[in-house]
Every structure is written in structure tokens, then in C-alpha cells.
Design a protein around this ligand. Sequence first.
Ligand SMILES: [Zn+2]
Length: 243
Amino acid sequence: MSLLKKISRRLSRHLACAWLPLKQGRGVVSFTFDDVPASACIVGKDLLEEFGARGTFFVCGGLTDGLEQGHQCHSVEDLKALVEDGHEIGCHTFSHTNCATHAVKDLKLDWEKNQDFFTKNNIPNSGFAFPFGAYDLGSKLAASQRFAYNRITGGGTQIGKADLAALRAQALYANKTSQKKIKQLIDQTAREGGWLIFYSHEVDEIPGPWGTTPAQLRYALSEAKIAGCEVLPVRDAILFFQR
Ligand SMILES: [Zn+2]
């Protein structure tokens, strides 16, 4: 990474922020799925609903009906079923584009292409998640102008305030995220009235390095409920904190 890129990344954390105060007293946990493998739309969706919860699914139209890392991706029908049952669909660029290494004018075209995909298929959508969690100041600003919120990665929970232009999220990866870590983050979120956003990809008994298992997802959902957290899609969590 060039020095200029490094400086831009560092600056972008502190500039162009859109702070949402988290003062409700009650903690919120959100479950998000990137790229959206079919298993997230089927196994993930069913598990969330079993707990009376809904999730957020960040879609690349370019991955629809395709294979990614050997995992079957969503179909348009999968996305329609999510919408019908109250889940949130968000944008993840059309081509899984690294927003830190592409010019803003190219990003805008790519976002437009994904919106065309949503419009053509009549799929309402709200926020945005940066592919690879990668962004710089220019893409953070441009995405903020276009989307209701932007989600990054970065790990951990958010206490006291959250930047709607770069919402921090914690990986829920079967081979990386321990039960201890999940419980500790959920308990802290509940105790301090914060907002914990998980992100994952496939929900599979044998997931790849960036996926979760049904058991791990069930554990996180159940701990969130036991701790007394609201479990809400990102869109609804914002409304909850704005009330
Ligand atoms: Zn992705």
C-alpha cells in the first residue's frame, strides 16, 4: 500500500463521519451476510426466523446464480423470499469491487449497475457494505452520498456512537471467531447499550474460511437473546437508535 493510500485510509476513519448516538440503554445485535451464498438465504434465513429475528444481506448482482469459493450463490428467487419475509437487502457493488483501489467514477457506475439489477428484479434495498471492508476517503464520501449507511469490517462492537458512513462489524467465521469472543462482545453490547454487527458469508456444516456453521449462528443468536439484546437488521437498528 502506498504512503498516500495509507494516509487516506487513516484519515478516512476520522473524516466524513456521520455519528449516530447509541443511547437507548438496550443493546442491539445485527446479523449481516456478504456476497450472499444460497445457504445464507436458506439456512441462515430459517435460523434467524426461528429466533424471531431478521437479517441484512449485502448482494452483488454479478454473483447471482454463480459460484463463489465453491459455494452456490443466491438466485433472484432467494432474494425475493428474503424481502417477502422482512429481511433487508443491501448493495455490495455489482462486481465485488475493491472501493479503495478504484476511482470514484468507476464505483458510481458499478453501484448504478447493481441498482439496475435490483430495479429490474423489483428488489427494494437500503444500505451498502464495502467489499473486503476496503475503503478510502473518496469512496467513503461517495458512498455516504448515495446510501443510507455504509458497513465496513474492522471487528469489535460499537459503544456510545456509531459512524453511519463506516459501521464497524465483527466477523462470524467458524474457524476464527471463538464462542468466548462472541459471548464477550454480546455481553458488552448488552451491558453498555451498544450495537454489535456480525458479518459472515455461507452458513454451512463445512464452511470455507469466511463462513459460519448453523451451530455457531444459533449460538450467537441465542446469546444475543439471553443477554436481552434486540436483534435487528441494520436498517431497523438505525431507526431503533434514532427513536
Ligand atoms: Zn464480499
